[in-house]
Design a protein around this ligand. Sequence first.
Ligand SMILES: Cc1ncc(COP(=O)(O)O)c(C=O)c1O
Length: 246
Amino acid sequence: MGWLEELRDRIEITRRKAYLDNAGAGPLTKDAVEAVTNFLNKWQVEGEPWELALDHIVEAKKVFAQLIDAPSWQNIAAVPSATYGLNALLSAMEFKPGSNVVVSPLNFPTGIFSFHALKSRGLIKEVRVARSVNGYVPLEEYERLIDDNTAVVFVDYVSWITGYKERIREIAEIAHARGAVLISDAFHAVGVLPIDVIRDGVDALITGSYKWLLGPHGAGFVYVNDELLGSLSRLYRVGWELTITR
Ligand SMILES: Cc1ncc(COP(=O)(O)O)c(C=O)c1O
């Protein structure tokens, strides 16, 4: 069996259907089904496999760190969903009075809503939505919108709606020149495109597993670089499950 056949063999649905990109959930692999089933069976028969769960989480963080070329697995948090991860991160960030946030209209709505929620709570002053032309946002638009009061530039790595791959590195350079951080939702990129968060200048990245990591719902990741991690307040996200560890 060639590598492609071997891969397809581990994805049950390919026996009956041609799986096209529906931009919703990816096809589930046998590996994911087996891992979840084995874990639940063990729990059912022997009691909660707590130590095993912790080992799995650390292992998953290590593999994910490699996938996005993060410096360490300790920059990775395991979260239940991309949306949860973004909100956990935002709720721990400190914003200077008068801050604005610049977002792309090609982003999945989850992030846009989160920033509007920050605005309605008075934590930021403005959400600036960039204008797209022919399905993408020209770099000049970011130059125009990002200023010294911009706290965050939030751009999806690949757009859920057009499939456009953003010029993340160049956008990050514009953001950094004005002192803003670049956060990217990479749900449509991880597992498909090579990602290097250092090369791309990404300060924080969020994703879930159920698209092109071919995993289930309920498992996502957040990457936060050292500098941003050091500035996060622990006041807003406290609890035993806080999963960014140092
Ligand atoms: C780019 C993007 N981000 C986030 C989400 C939602 O992720 P979650 O269900 O993990 O919160 C989606 C769902 O389709 C998405 O396309």
